[in-house]
Write a protein that binds this ligand. Structure first.
Ligand code: ZN
Length: 194
């Protein structure tokens, strides 16, 4: 209950962005299954996995698979009809794009399964899921946070968000401490603040 309350309070910092609502142009973590905030280099702030942008990855996947897999099939065909070296060359050239394209395809399949399941949910269900997600994005005045937020909001709204957080943050933290004190065991009252 305490953890849930803290999560809810943190979420209040950025109610404008739901990290469980699918957006193909936003970086997505395939392990956490959400648009988590990221560090520089697009590593997930929660699990550290490399995040990817589905809309940007799709064209690369099509090109790499389109080059790699036909070359592999072609190479095997040439070897079977006795054209040894030429077939091996096709396999060598096709292996790298097929491997990278195949990995992209694997992760994109995971994205499509998740995003189609999320799109079938109501706004309310997505909001509840975001509140209950193990990772909660927390507003920070850093370039990585601004870059993350700009995937969902205009630059002006991101600036407003950071301003709102810098003024509301300490109050929310105080509110969290008060609610935990109420929820927890009876303790002596805190010293009066000056
Ligand atoms: Zn993650």
């Amino acid at each position: 209950m305490k953890t849930r309350q803290l999560r809810a309070l943190k979420m209040k910092n950025i109610p404008e962005i739901n990290h469980c609502s699918p957006k193909s142009r936003a970086y997505w973590c395939y392990r956490c299954k959400s648009h988590n905030t990221f560090n520089h280099g697009y590593s997930c702030k929660d699990c550290g996995a490399s995040m990817f942008c589905p809309a940007a990855t799709m064209p690369w996947m099509i090109v790499l698979c389109g080059i790699g897999f036909p070359l592999l099939v072609f190479g095997v065909g040439i070897i079977l009809i006795g054209g040894g070296d030429a077939g091996l060359m096709c396999l060598l050239i096709g292996a790298f794009p097929a491997l990278v394209g195949g990995m992209m395809l694997y992760h994109l399949r995971s994205w499509f399964a998740w995003s189609s399941a999320q799109r079938s949910k109501s706004r309310r269900e997505l909001d509840l899921e975001a509140m209950d997600h193990p990772f909660q994005p927390v507003c920070e005045d850093t370039s990585a946070f601004r870059q993350w937020a700009k995937q969902f909001l205009s630059s002006r709204k991101v600036s407003q968000l950071c301003e709102k957080y810098s003024s509301a943050g300490p109050a929310e933290e105080r509110e969290a401490r008060i609610s935990l004190r109420v929820e927890g065991e009876i303790k002596p009252p805190p010293p009066p603040e000056e």
